[in-house]
Design a protein around this ligand. Structure first.
Ligand SMILES: NC(=O)c1ccc[n+]([C@@H]2O[C@H](COP(=O)([O-])OP(=O)(O)OC[C@H]3O[C@@H](n4cnc5c(N)ncnc54)[C@H](OP(=O)(O)O)[C@@H]3O)[C@@H](O)[C@H]2O)c1
Length: 262
């Protein structure tokens, strides 16, 4: 077994979408993998990654819980983690007051609490070794108040901000932190968030393989952030100079239930 000669990457949310393609990029570039998701589909994804010639450990865990994150961390079996790709996350459509609070909490606990708990555990170990790469999947949604997706956009505003702050804290530590900020991407995200009847849910979206490749390359370069796609870059530039009330109204048009074509 030559496993320990290869670097190791942990990728969360690797069963589908952007995380699946991030894990694929890692495997294609010679990383062994510890991959995690909440459902058993992670085992089928792991089988696909093994075909790329690397060792893969699959973990089924709810990363909204500290126990789930501990289970994932333990699966690395003390092996140094060269790259952490903290990508798992999900949305939740509809008006905030109409949402089930358990589901609201699951968004916050997945996108924020579990994500930063994992980053702290792995990040401490990277800092002690003086090397490592962290990629965090934020979103361009973090730049705009998300009417009818309010908790999700708020969670990504947290993550985008957190990522830049952590990067600065670690600037002399040999550990890089990169924030991947995708725009609307063709994954299971909008279906899971119950947003298929919205304008954004029905819009043309970016290719997850391209988004993941942009993120992986930025992580390997050690860049601070990457907004995938020129339209999304333009959108974030405009968002920086647009009043929040105007952004919230624009978001309503994209995300209000029934805003898409019937
Ligand atoms: N798609 C977009 O338009 C878009 C835009 C900007 C940012 N993002 C971000 O990109 C990341 C990936 O999303 P995606 O678009 O690729 O969506 P996706 O296809 O729905 O994939 C989400 C992944 O995260 C996992 N996951 C979600 N909650 C989890 C939990 N509590 N515990 C463990 N695993 C969990 C899912 O696994 P299970 O199925 O097992 O739960 C799945 O593997 C998310 O952070 C999302 O916020 C997406």
């Amino acid at each position: 077994m030559s496993a320990n000669k290869r670097p190791l990457a942990i990728v969360t949310g690797a069963s589908t979408g952007i995380g699946y393609d991030l894990a694929k990029c890692c495997a294609e570039n010679g990383f062994d993998l510890v991959v995690a998701a909440d459902e058993s589909a992670i085992n089928e994804a792991a089988q696909e990654f093994r075909k790329l010639g690397v060792e893969v450990e699959a973990v089924e865990a709810d990363l909204a819980t500290l126990e789930g994150v501990d289970k994932l961390y333990a699966a690395a079996k003390g092996r140094p983690v060269d790259a952490l790709l903290a990508n798992a996350g999900h949305g939740l459509g509809h008006a905030f007051l109409d949402q089930n609070f358990e589901e609201v909490r699951h968004v916050v606990d997945t996108n924020i609490t579990g994500t930063i708990y994992l980053i702290q555990k792995v990040g401490r170990e990277m800092r002690a070794r003086g090397e490592g790469r962290i990629l965090i999947t934020g979103s361009i949604a973090g730049f705009m108040p998300g009417s009818f997706h309010a908790v999700y956009n708020g969670s990504k505003a947290f993550i985008d901000s957190f990522s830049f702050a952590l990067r600065n804290e670690l600037k002399d530590a040999g550990v890089t932190v990169t924030c991947l900020m995708p725009g609307a991407t063709e994954t299971e995200f909008f279906e899971r968030a119950d947003m298929l009847d919205t304008k954004v849910g029905q819009s043309e979206k970016d290719d997850p393989a391209k988004v993941a490749r942009d993120g992986f390359d930025a992580m390997m370069r050690g860049d601070g952030d990457i907004v995938s796609g020129w339209k999304n870059k333009l959108q974030t530039t405009l968002a920086a100079v647009t009043p929040s009330g105007v952004l919230a109204e624009q978001h309503r048009k994209m995300a209000e239930p029934g805003s898409g074509e019937k």
